[in-house]
Design a binder for this molecule. Structure first.
Ligand SMILES: NC(=O)c1ccc[n+]([C@@H]2O[C@H](COP(=O)([O-])OP(=O)(O)OC[C@H]3O[C@@H](n4cnc5c(N)ncnc54)[C@H](OP(=O)(O)O)[C@@H]3O)[C@@H](O)[C@H]2O)c1
Length: 261
């Protein structure tokens, strides 16, 4: 897969990224069916397969249970082959989420993620929104903290996984990358994607397969075609722990991108 610019960050990402919620968390998630967390051997195989297929982007978060700890352990010396996106603000403990967007918590979270992932930098850190995007950006310390961490060289870029149009538009003005929802059933945030394109900001699409509620191979193909018809999409992050789905997603996406080239 041909790499794409993540806005003007200088980072290049594969158009399909691997979401890693399902590597570390199976409680309080909105997937169609219950699932067991995969064993280490299966996760290693999935990561190898992803690299082999041309995927270089991993999306993780401290709120994804053991995702970061497992990635840190299993990536080992191959960390530099990956672009790692992590998050700050959501804490998932004892089956429940809470949020902290303070300056101090943001710095401590990034330092801990770097240690857990056994690396010395993160390629991108997103604010993991609770839904009050503007309140978080305007009244909390997280934005200043991420700017400071970027100056210190601990993170290469920053952004927000936003939930509102107003929030997404503000992210485009203030930050490097926006992560927004776009799928066959959810097009409310298209103005955010358009603004990001106009301002040369990175765009990561989440929930592009409706968190797995998409119907069959035809539905997956239509979902990719829909997302990549939007100009400026850097990468669509798809979560899977099924190697056959990973292969199918790469094959279908390549067909879609070749068709639109
Ligand atoms: N920041 C946020 O607030 C936020 C929220 C949600 C997600 N995210 C990020 O975005 C990623 C993707 O979001 P998501 O996991 O909610 O939604 P998604 O990528 O739309 O859907 C993932 C689901 O689709 C299934 N799937 C994948 N490929 C498939 C295929 N070819 N055929 C049928 N089913 C398929 C997966 O099941 P199998 O495992 O069986 O393949 C999984 O259950 C997450 O992993 C996470 O990294 C971020």
């Amino acid at each position: 897969m041909e790499l794409r610019a993540l806005g003007s960050t200088g980072i290049r990402v594969s158009p399909l990224g691997l979401g890693t919620v399902k590597l570390g968390r199976n409680q309080q998630v909105k997937y169609p069916g219950a699932f067991e967390l995969p064993q280490d051997k299966a996760v290693s195989g999935l990561l190898d397969l992803a690299r082999e297929l041309g995927i270089n982007l991993l999306d993780t978060a401290p709120a994804y249970g053991s995702s970061q700890e497992r990635l840190g352990r299993l990536l080992g010396h191959r960390r530099k082959e990956w672009i790692i996106v992590s998050k700050v603000g959501e804490i998932f403990e004892n089956g429940e989420s809470r949020f902290d967007f303070s300056f101090e918590h943001t710095v401590a979270t990034v330092e801990r993620s770097i240690a857990t992932l056994k690396t010395d930098y993160l390629d991108c850190v997103l604010i993991h929104s609770s839904g009050d995007d503007l309140q978080i950006l305007e009244h909390e310390g997280v934005l200043d903290a991420l700017r400071e961490l970027k100056r210190r060289g601990l993170i290469r870029s920053h952004g927000m996984s936003s939930k509102t149009i107003e929030g997404g538009l503000r992210v485009v003005q203030e930050m490097d990358v926006v992560m927004a929802t776009c799928n066959l059933d959810h097009n409310e945030e298209l103005p955010v994607l358009e603004a990001a394109y106009a301002h040369d900001k990175g765009v990561l699409v989440k929930k592009g397969l409706m968190s797995g509620h998409v119907q069959g191979t035809g539905g997956v193909r239509r979902s990719f075609a829909h997302v990549f018809a939007q100009p400026g999409v850097s990468s669509m992050i798809v979560g899977t722990i099924n190697p056959a789905h990973l292969r199918e997603n790469v094959r279908l996406l390549e067909q879609v991108l070749e068709g639109s080239a």
